[in-house]
Design a binder for this molecule. Structure first.
Ligand code: OAD
Length: 236
């Protein structure tokens, strides 16, 4: 059975009603990333960050997985070697039925200790109250990997990418590092399907990359169906 690695970004959740970051109507067009998503911003105005991520959490809880999340979860059920790595902090992959999802940039449904990046706690509902503390005594902060911080699961993600026979990349501008460099860790022979209606910043010299200029809910089910058909014909 082949190893399939799925790597997703904000675009996969766009048709579930969640904003992307760098599209013309994206979050970083409306808000300054320096004011929201850095450690300095947390030090300067933590209430602003708490409010921002409370609003994102409320949107996430209202959103439902779409046909792309569902197709990926189905793929994983039928080909259990499928691994999912996401830059998204929403839980739509999981709510579609996917398991063992690696979240490179954190998870909106959790908070974390401000002194230990992997000490997380789940939050009930949408609202974080600023001032609540982790059992280790430190202030709780949103479980979001801020710009300039290390990406705790990146090495694990690279190990997974390096075993890929097929990689499906969905809805990411490939602008944020180190996440975007995951494509460099796949073996040269790996077939990469990039599903994104825009123009992600991939290296055109990447071997075996096919850019499918479709929205996630159209392109992902088609690619998944092709992979499953090939598997059924014992080509996988
Ligand atoms: P971006 O907002 O940078 O890119 C979104 C991508 O989704 C673009 O390439 C769009 O063309 C594409 N897109 C839009 N609608 C789509 C649809 N219906 N179907 C498929 N693709 C669609 O988002 P990311 O690349 O995920 O980090 O951004 C990476 C990181 O930057 C995020 O994880 C976040 C952000 O700052 C943190 O917050 C730490």
């Amino acid at each position: 059975m082949k190893n399939i690695v799925v790597f997703t970004g904000a675009g996969i959740s766009a048709e579930s009603g969640l904003s992307t970051f760098r599209d013309s109507d994206g979050l970083w067009e409306k808000y300054s990333v320096e004011e929201i998503c850095t450690h300095e911003a947390w030090e300067r105005n933590p209430q602003l960050l708490v409010d921002f991520y409370n609003a994102r959490r409320r949107d996430t809880l209202k959103a439902q997985p779409n046909a792309a999340h569902l197709a990926i979860a189905e793929l994983q059920k039928k080909i259990p070697t499928t691994r999912i790595i996401t830059q998204n902090v929403d839980d739509l992959h999981e709510r579609a039925g996917a398991i063992n999802v690696i979240h490179l940039h954190g998870e909106i449904t959790k908070l974390r200790s401000s002194i230990n990046e992997t000490a997380t706690v789940s939050l009930n509902g949408w609202e974080q109250h600023y001032g609540d503390r982790h059992p280790d005594g430190s202030l709780l902060r949103p479980y979001i990997v801020f710009f300039g911080e290390g990406v705790p699961y990146f090495t694990a993600a690279c190990d997974i990418a390096s075993t890929a026979d097929i990689m499906i990349v969905v809805g990411t501008s490939l602008n944020v590092y180190p996440a975007a460099s995951l494509l460099q860790y796949v073996p040269k022979k790996t077939q990469i399907y990039l599903i994104d209606p825009g123009q992600p910043a991939f290296n055109p010299l990447t071997p075996n990359i096919t850019h499918i200029r479709k929205k996630a809910t159209e392109g992902v089910p088609q690619v998944v169906e092709n992979i499953l058909n090939n598997a059924a014909e014992r080509k996988l």
